[in-house]
Design a protein around this ligand. Sequence first.
Ligand code: C5P
Length: 397
Amino acid sequence: MLSGKRVLLIIGGGIAAFKSLDLIRRLREQGATVVPVLTKAAEEFVTPLSTSALAAEKVYRDLFDLTDEAEMGHIELSRAADLVVVAPATADLLGKMANGLANDLASTLLMATDKRVLVAPAMNVRMWEHPANQRNVATLRGDGVLFIGPDEGEMACGEFGPGRMSEVPEIVGAVIAALADGPLRGKHVVVTSGPTHEPIDPVRYIANRSSGAQGTAIARALSALGAEVTFVTGPADIAPPAGVRVVRVQTARQMLEAVQGALPADAAVFAAAVADWHVANESGRKMKKTREGLPVLEFAENPDILATVSQMGQGRPGLVVGFAAETDDVIAHATAKRDRKGCDWIVANDVSPATGIMGGSENAVTVISGDGAEDWPRMSKDQVAARLAAKIAEALT
Ligand code: C5P
């Protein structure tokens, strides 16, 4: 996937630097040449010798190394690459990048490059959430810097939350996506997928049978066309695709919040099977069998994410796509749904049991837009995803 590609890998000084050694191997497995650069702090975590041995390349460390300047200057080093990857990207490195500081080799290369930059942040959760860091992240996103992660989880420092560097396969996927020469390069697309879980008490919940297959395929297809994808997923059966920013949620309310947090976006595709209601009288403790009779659940309506985003004034994505699973009068119901929700397209499918579509690997859809209804033949969910991604690319470019 990456043969002939040259990746300049800047390794920052964080505990996650040990994962970057594996990243070098995995990128090389894909056929890439990896030219490593170590910051001073990175050398506290990994050695130049192991880095260079795994890359089978010279490792660059010092801005004022005259040999390097004679062989290859820092300007050339930054430009000879097809992609610059910073992993781990520490708070310090992000701060330098956002503010245009260039006081060592890594930061100088980052300022001198004319190539895309992909960063994999790794830091303590409080540092990640600090307003100064969040300002830097917003600035860098605005500058077109690509982000993969950080993930949520337990950190080396013992705290829990966002700040862990993404796992190596995800970073490799992001590198592949960043180098994909597709029509959606530079476009940000939000995709929702999977079911939602609406809690009844701490151990029980209401769910649905969505596998997340179609949403996952769409995210993968968009990413393959070069889009930067934020994938907001409920608890689905299948793993999210590599190379996309994954935000995991449980409930519809969390899904709305995650989608709003991911905006601005050029397009949004709402493929999730969102529960219509949540339990209003959710119990903080596990409900017990009692002699007094059966528990009574009270329901409250969930926010409609598709309608909310479709109807937002300023900041609405340029293209909003919803889904409609119907069992009868598919086109009439889906057309009415498009009008009611205010989205641009509805991808409608007939999920009556005879079709075998629900839970199956195939889909037969009708795409309803302002131009009318377009029937697509029955095909695999991956093919539906590829065709939809191509149609989105056509609309956005
Ligand atoms: O109203 P209905 O559930 O049939 O609409 C389906 C479409 O609306 C899908 O695109 C689904 O992802 C979206 N939806 C949503 N939030 C809800 C309910 C549905 O985004 N609460």
